[in-house]
Write a protein that binds this ligand. Structure first.
Ligand code: MG
Length: 304
């Protein structure tokens, strides 16, 4: 299931006696699929897709619908309600976190991404909310029209904060060097194994969304690590399918892709529902939020 077992399925890591039934036929032992929804992000606005949730209340309501559809993690960005611009306002993160905690059982994963503000001070405060997870980009990369700068010092400070607050990082990987940097954090005891990775593929300026790239990244992480993939734009669906059959997990949502298919706008819950249908067809069950907590070795909700 995880990492470089070479088999491409959950079963490869299991001893043969557990892997095969008494009749010698391989039993169904695929780990359940964790679906992350990234409903908002920094870029799409209502004029691009009216289904993008902007306010904390809208994000909580989207969370309720996506949880019912089969999501177990919600990746949070804050937006200024007036102009929909990305925001670093602590109170918006706090209200969103609280709304999701009160109204859903979803794992709240707060973005520490830098489109709203690049400085450490602008990106660390929200970790005081002690969300169960937060994203941590472990290197710098070009976005289509800007530099997404994450210096070694900034990465280390964010990792230290996550460790202090008991927040599990999702290593946000845009290229192979970022895997190496994440492993370095673990070696220096700034992140605790088993690590969790999210491979962001198909963004202009970063690694293209190809099967070869996904498998190469998957094979570069430790055997006990878990991973998901976030395909950008039209790459979302094919990358999701690859993750389902190679033992990874899936991230969908309007942050990465606003379309259901060419020319047809999506809603977040529609994108989740599609993954649930396809995963069932491929023989893989869907994890509930509590099952996802077990798979990811989360500590469970704690008081801020
Ligand atoms: Mg994000």
């Amino acid at each position: 299931m995880h990492g470089s077992d070479g088999s491409g399925t959950a079963c490869g890591k299991k001893p043969a006696r557990e892997r095969y039934g008494n009749d010698g036929i391989e039993v169904d032992c695929m780990e359940k699929l964790i679906i992350t929804v990234a409903p908002t992000g920094s870029l799409p606005k209502k004029k691009n897709n009216p289904n993008v949730p902007i306010t904390p209340k809208e994000i909580a309501e989207t969370g309720i619908r996506c949880e019912a559809a089969g999501a177990s993690i919600l990746h949070v960005h804050a937006r200024n309600p007036e102009d929909e611009a990305p925001s670093t306002d602590y109170r918006l993160f706090e209200e969103t976190h609280q709304g999701l905690r009160e109204r859903t059982n979803l794992i709240v994963q707060i973005s520490t991404g830098g489109r709203a503000g690049m400085d450490y001070e602008q990106r660390c405060e929200r970790l005081r909310l002690r969300p169960e997870m937060a994203s941590l980009t472990t290197g710098s990369v070009n976005f289509p029209n800007s530099v997404y700068a994450n210096s070694p010092d900034l990465i280390e400070r964010l990792a230290r904060d996550m460790k202090r607050y008991g927040v599990k990082p999702e290593m946000e990987i845009f290229d192979l060097s970022m895997v190496t940097n994440a492993l370095d954090l673990a070696e220096r005891d700034l992140a605790q194994a088993p690590l969790h990775f999210d491979f962001v593929l198909g963004l202009k300026g970063a690694a293209p969304a190809t099967a070869e790239n996904l498998l190469h990244l998957k094979n570069a992480i430790p055997a006990d690590a878990t991973w998901s993939v976030a395909g950008i734009g039209p790459a979302q669906l094919p990358m999701s399918m690859l993750a389902i059959v190679t033992g990874g997990h899936v991230r969908v949502g309007l942050e990465d892709n606003i379309y259901y298919r060419r020319g047809e706008l999506a809603s977040n819950e529609q994108l989740v529902e599609r993954i649930v249908r396809l995963s069932h067809e491929l023989g893989r069950e869907i994890a509930t939020p509590d099952e996802a907590r077990q798979i990811l070795h989360l500590r469970g909700n704690q008081k801020p």
